[in-house]
Ligand binder design. Structure first.
Ligand SMILES: NC(=O)c1ccc[n+]([C@@H]2O[C@H](COP(=O)([O-])OP(=O)(O)OC[C@H]3O[C@@H](n4cnc5c(N)ncnc54)[C@H](OP(=O)(O)O)[C@@H]3O)[C@@H](O)[C@H]2O)c1
Length: 345
């Protein structure tokens, strides 16, 4: 199969530059264009020296001639770029939240803007391959899931789908500071974030409607979700600990742990990037990779299921999953360009 020409709008953010790192070594594509106001006209490797000797690209102000595009902009700005690309007939994976929610009113409520192209929301496919692989394959526009939602949905999908837990779910997530992006902000200064851990957005984080939308869809019943994100002093990684009561039928089973582990293993048995592990995972176990590790634990004392999941927010939570979606949309092997194992220590 011929290589396709791909581009990134914008390559100068954390999600964009992580896309560049992975795409530059992808065997089925040529990264030919990347935009960014702050670096337009400069060599990508001069702005991002970790790509010295790897990237020849010069950052542009407009995307060049490409067959496929990734958009990695702040919300609302992303939608405007996606609209232009769709008019040019280019297939797109959007890494922002702008096409993840199916109800346009949610954008007013949660993101504070009126969606500029609500008609595209129906056409966009939610890009979680483990659930929507078939729809992704025929899509022209894929909405890459959020980082927190990826970890939470992959943790809970097997039991929500099989009706094994009550619809009242608590998701407690910890994220590294790169989740907040490269744009300067007080909360991500070293002296604010280092030696510090805090919960935030208790009134409702923007990823909450996305988690509720997807878990409701998977289980076919409305779910009640409490989602509390935390910022922890590390660069990459998300760890989500999810809690839900087991249904009364399951609590009484003698071998409930074995049964639940078997359900998770069956659900993810053919998945290259989701592994059901035998002990509570660490963010370092997936660092720099497209892997998600999931550990379900039946707490028989309380009758609750506890599921711990880990991803790298910039890979399975952003750039890696976007490339996985591109691979599916383009008919490449799904793992193409994503096979490097995690980095340790
Ligand atoms: N970081 C993560 O872990 C993560 C995970 C999943 C999804 N996402 C989503 O991915 C998108 C990008 O996130 P990020 O973390 O890469 O952010 P970021 O590091 O802050 O980068 C934002 C990018 O957008 C450009 N930009 C900023 N403000 C702009 C504006 N008003 N108009 C046009 N361009 C603007 C910046 O480039 P110039 O200033 O050079 O133009 C930069 O390239 C966001 O929608 C975010 O929610 C991020």
């Amino acid at each position: 199969m011929d290589k396709i020409k791909v581009g990134i709008v914008n390559v100068t953010g954390y999600a964009g530059i992580e896309l560049a790192r992975l795409l530059l070594k992808h065997p089925d594509v040529d990264l030919v264009s990347g935009t960014g106001r702050s670096a337009a006209g400069q060599k990508l490797a001069d702005v991002f020296p970790h790509l010295t000797g790897v990237a020849e690209l010069t950052v542009e102000s407009e995307l060049g001639n490409v067959d496929f595009a990734f958009v990695a902009m702040p919300h609302r700005e992303s939608a405007l770029e996606v609209m232009k690309l769709m008019e040019r007939g280019i297939k797109v994976v959007d890494i922002s939240a702008d096409f993840r929610l199916s109800n346009p009113d949610d954008y007013n409520e949660w993101y504070g803007f009126t969606h500029p192209s609500p008609e595209l929301l129906d056409k966009a496919v939610y890009g979680l391959p483990e659930l929507y692989r078939k729809d992704i394959a025929s899509a022209n526009l894929v909405a890459n899931p959020g980082c927190y939602p990826t970890s939470a949905i992959l943790a809970m999908a097997p039991v929500v789908k099989n009706g094994i837990v009550e619809e009242d779910i608590i998701i407690d997530s910890k994220s590294g500071v790169s989740g907040a992006g490269r744009t300067l902000a007080l909360g991500s200064h070293y002296s604010e974030a280092n030696e510090n851990t805090s919960a935030y957005a208790l009134k409702g984080h923007r990823h909450l409607p996305e988690i509720v939308q997807e878990l409701t869809y998977i289980g076919g019943e409305a779910v009640n979700v409490t989602f509390v994100p935390h910022l922890v002093p590390m660069t990459r990684g998300i760890l989500s600990t999810c809690y839900a009561s087991l249904t009364s039928e399951y609590i009484s089973h003698d071998n409930v742990q074995e049964e639940i582990t078997a359900i998770y293993r069956e659900f993810y048995k053919d998945e290259p990037f989701v592994k059901v592990v035998d002990a509570s995972p660490h963010t370092k176990n997936v660092w720099g990779s497209n892997m998600c590790h999931v550990y379900p634990f039946a707490d028989v004392r309380t009758g609750r299921l506890i599921v711990v999941s880990c991803i790298d927010n910039l890979v399975k939570g952003a750039a890696g999953q976007a490339i996985q979606n591109m691979n599916i949309m383009s008919g490449f092997a799904e793992v193409s360009g994503l096979e490097a194992p995690p980095i340790y220590p």
